[in-house]
Ligand binder design. Structure first.
Ligand code: MLT
Length: 427
């Protein structure tokens, strides 16, 4: 690979350095482009633009590869648990047993959320979307934890990590409890992180509650699979907001809002809404598969294909296996899920979908498994956020510790040239 890229513009020849990543990804460093040529690049959606150098996650869209800190998603999903993977993403190495135990102990120091936060959640109507409530509550944590993080202090940064991991899980479940009119639960420091998620969500004061270990194990794996995904929309948002040196809670809050969109984390909710729509209209999957193929029909299959993965989403393969296991273990027989199976079979066998790489993605299967686990549909993206939290924290920490510059893209102005002001009487 050549060490430089040549650009000829206005008859002038310019050389720019070429950077080659660990896995031989090639980038042209255009840091000096505008000062050298007066020109900028234009790349809507940043499909061809790298925003940073990162050591956290590697993905290869062509080969369907996803690795956290060099470890394959397949091995991590099979051999690690969610807090262990969170530690790996944030601090760069797999924790020793003692480090992991200490990490969980230190997270437990911060699982009590200030009671005054309840005044904020009480201000929302019951039908408020949980993602909107979660974004607000996350930002409100700043009011109760105003001390900004000294990113140059490992102790300060570690405390901020534990505080965010501890409090975010609790307030995320409060969004559901609020929508149901249930009392808000407290984290039980004698129980595990994912088991606490189930308790915080479903335990009622009227009787005992023991989460099904199959469900806890499936959710732990799902959170691992969602934990990071390099510079996706919400992670780029967290980096962008954090680049102005806004606090960690404020940056995570912005990430929650970005994830909410149906083109991003909201896709898993959109999958279930699509399946419910198909069921409401007779449950004929073949009719909707035909609609999806008809370019004049506005119907689109949600949960199929991916912007980056061109052949298959490695996470989907793992979730598909987990979904089949959970559905079998729980003996779930749900007409909605039968429709999903029909769509999945078509997408994996029908040349129309195969040729367009419209294979079931992580959102398709996560929507199915969450429904089978009894998670309410409008909480699906909240679960995505819980899984993605360590990735957001890791990326924010890397951006701040590396002292990355404030994000400030340029533009190509195509509006009106200079014109004189027009008084009212002449408009
Ligand atoms: C994600 O995991 O963030 C989604 O697959 C979206 C993406 O990576 O663009």
């Amino acid at each position: 690979m050549s060490k430089t890229a040549i650009l000829e513009i206005d008859g002038n020849r310019h050389e720019f350095p070429v950077l080659v990543g660990t896995e031989n990804e090639v980038a042209i460093d255009i840091d000096k482009l505008r000062s050298a040529t007066g020109a900028i690049t234009l790349d809507p959606g940043y499909k061809n633009s790298g925003s940073c150098k990162s050591e956290i996650t590697f993905l290869d869209g062509e080969e369907g590869i996803l690795r956290y800190r060099g470890y394959s998603i397949e091995e991590l999903a099979e051999k690690a648990d969610f807090l262990e993977v969170s530690y790996l993403l944030i601090f760069g190495e797999l924790p020793t047993a003692k480090q992991l135990e200490q990490f969980e102990t230190d997270i437990r120091k911060y699982t009590l959320v200030n009671e005054e936060m309840k005044n904020i959640i009480d201000g929302f109507p019951k039908n408020a979307h949980p993602m909107g409530v979660l974004s607000c509550l996350t930002s409100a944590l700043t009011a109760f934890n105003p001390k900004s993080v000294n990113v140059d202090s490992e102790k300060d940064m570690y405390e901020a990590v534990c505080k965010t991991m501890g409090k975010f899980l609790v307030i995320a479940t409060w969004t559901y409890r609020k929508s149901m009119g249930f009392p808000l639960n407290y984290y039980d420091n004698t129980k595990g992180y994912v088991e606490n998620f189930m308790r915080l969500m479903f335990e009622l004061p009227t009787g005992p509650y023991t989460p099904d270990p199959t469900i806890v194990a499936a959710l732990d794996k799902l959170f691992i699979l969602h934990a990071d995904h390099e510079q996706n929309c919400s992670t780029s948002t967290v980096r962008m907001v954090g680049s102005s040196h806004a606090g960690l809670f404020a940056s995570i809050s912005a990430g929650v809002s970005a994830l909410w969109g149906p083109l991003h984390g909201g896709a898993n909710q959109a999958v279930l809404e699509m399946l419910e729509e198909i069921q409401k209209n007779g449950g004929d999957a073949d009719k909707y598969l035909a609609k999806a193929k008809d370019k004049n029909d506005p119907f689109r299959l949600m949960g199929f294909g991916h912007r980056v993965y061109k052949n298959f989403d490695p996470r989907a393969k793992i979730i598909k296996k987990a979904a089949d296991e959970v559905l079998a273990t729980l003996g779930v027989n749900d007409p909605i899920l039968n429709i999903a199976k029909k769509l999945e079979e078509a997408a994996l066998e029908d040349e129309y979908f195969k040729s367009r790489n419209l294979y079931p993605n992580v959102d398709f299967y996560s929507g199915i498994i969450y429904r089978a686990l009894g998670i309410p549909t409008d909480m699906f993206t909240v679960l995505f956020a819980i899984g993605r939290l360590p990735g957001w924290i890791a990326q924010w920490k890397e951006m701040r510790v590396n002292k990355e510059p404030i994000g400030r893209p340029r533009q190509v102005y195509v509006g009106s040239p200079l014109r004189d002001f027009v008084p009212f009487e002449k408009r």
